[in-house]
Ligand binder design. Structure first.
Ligand code: PLP
Length: 264
């Protein structure tokens, strides 16, 4: 038996995690859990397990473009999720492709450093990310350290978080979800959604665990939700809830302490 109806498709342009917890692997699991067909263009490959990244390989940008072209040639792509892009050359190649194909939605997860401390974006690529990708993004999903680097000032509390959000909107982000996991706000983790009209705090109880792949999963869940027709604010809210549920069901697949999300 084959199913004849065509599900919506989402494309992730991101890095591969050989340990299966983050990156492309988390994105495809998230798409599948939302009933969305997952496409992938692999911008970087990491040799990685639950204790860290041991090596990174960046394929030629021409090959990345070939993967993106193959996807746009054949599928009706509802949303594109951007994750680990490694360096400025890759960012320029991705921006060129997105400017050519103009997908309906672009979710930009400005991946810079892994929780383990591994660097996933070259230092000199920040400017390219700011000038080429931020203006194309429908929504930006930084964590606190990434937002600090993008705006150039520290985020230490709710007030400085709101200032950073306004600065990012002023830099051209149409909407953003600032992930609160790195900020100490007592028992709660507060993800802050904002666009030109709304500012919404999405709150969950802090879970006592060290997790891996939460950022990738959040951004790909937003992309999947946009594909299936949710508004931007609803897509962000549902994605924040999804990550919290997947974390509660999380498990430790390797020898490290780190918990990987279960995509139920
Ligand atoms: N590896 C890849 C390929 C990623 O894209 C990311 C995050 O985006 C990570 C690792 C880091 O994940 P985490 O910071 O959740 O450990």
């Amino acid at each position: 038996m084959t199913r004849q109806s065509r599900p919506p498709s989402a494309l992730t342009i991101a890095g591969s995690d050989s340990g299966g917890g983050a990156g492309i692997q988390a994105d495809l699991k998230t798409f599948a859990a939302h009933g969305v067909h997952g496409l992938s263009a692999i911008a970087a490959l990491t040799a990685q397990h639950t204790r860290g990244v041991t090596s990174v390989h960046v394929p030629p940008v021409e090959f990345l473009r070939a993967q993106i072209d193959a996807c746009f040639d054949d599928f009706d792509i509802g949303a594109v999720k951007l994750g680990m892009l490694a360096n400025a050359d890759v960012i320029h190649a991705v921006a060129d492709a997105l400017e050519a194909y103009k997908p309906r939605f672009i979710v930009l997860d400005p991946v810079m450093v892994a929780t383990s401390g591994a660097k996933l974006l070259e230092d000199d690529a920040l400017d390219a990310l700011r000038t080429r990708l931020l203006p194309l993004a429908s929504i930006l999903t930084p964590n606190i350290p990434e937002a600090e680097l993008l705006v150039g000032s520290p985020i230490v509390d709710a007030d400085s978080a709101m200032q950073a959000i306004r600065a990012l909107l002023a830099m051209g982000a149409k909407a953003l979800l600032l992930k609160g996991g790195h900020l100490d706000e007592g028992d709660m983790v507060v993800d802050r959604y904002a666009d030109a009209e709304a500012e919404v705090a999405l709150m969950h109880a802090r879970l006592p665990l060290e997790a891996h792949g939460t950022g990738c999963t959040l951004a790909s869940a937003i992309a999947a939700n946009l594909c299936i027709g949710l508004s931007m604010q609803e897509a962000a809210r549902e994605a924040s809830d999804y990550v919290e549920r997947a974390l509660r069901l999380g498990y430790r697949p390797g020898r490290g302490e780190v918990v990987v999300l279960d995509h139920f």
